[in-house]
Design a protein around this ligand. Structure first.
Ligand SMILES: [Zn+2]
Length: 127
């Protein structure tokens, strides 16, 4: 057991030097937040399984239009989805996007479906 550092101060046999203020050194080292090395995980709205963010695509609503958030940086709510036709169709069928994005009312999924149909063709003409 080590005495706490301030115990030293209470020793009267050592006069404190008047000009110097002793300050307690912080006893505990600054608590280091343990950084989780795991990637953030999101749930795919198609199959409801969890996957690392990087393995999913993000879908947002622009107005009532469902669009792919390629940069995963659009503000607002996003829905996460495996980049697979199966998950996308699942999500569409179950109207999972509306729920995930809190959009009440019919979503315009045309853009999304076009993207889905063109999935695999890397060059789409537009950026
Ligand atoms: Zn999925």
């Amino acid at each position: 057991m080590r005495p706490p550092p301030h115990a030293r101060w209470e020793r009267s046999d050592q006069p404190r030097s008047p000009g110097r203020r002793l300050r307690p050194r912080s006893v505990r080292p600054r608590e280091q937040r343990q950084r989780c090395n795991m990637e953030p995980v999101r749930t795919c709205v198609g199959c409801r399984t969890r996957a690392p963010r990087t393995a999913l695509i993000r879908v947002v609503s622009r107005g009532l239009e469902l669009v792919i958030d390629e940069r995963k940086a659009a503000p607002g709510r996003g829905a996460w989805l495996h980049p697979s036709r199966e998950c996308a169709e699942n999500a569409l069928r179950r109207r999972a996007f509306g729920r995930a994005l809190r959009v009440s009312g019919p979503l315009d999924t045309q853009t999304f479906e076009e993207w889905l149909n063109g999935y695999g063709n890397k060059v789409n003409g537009s950026k």
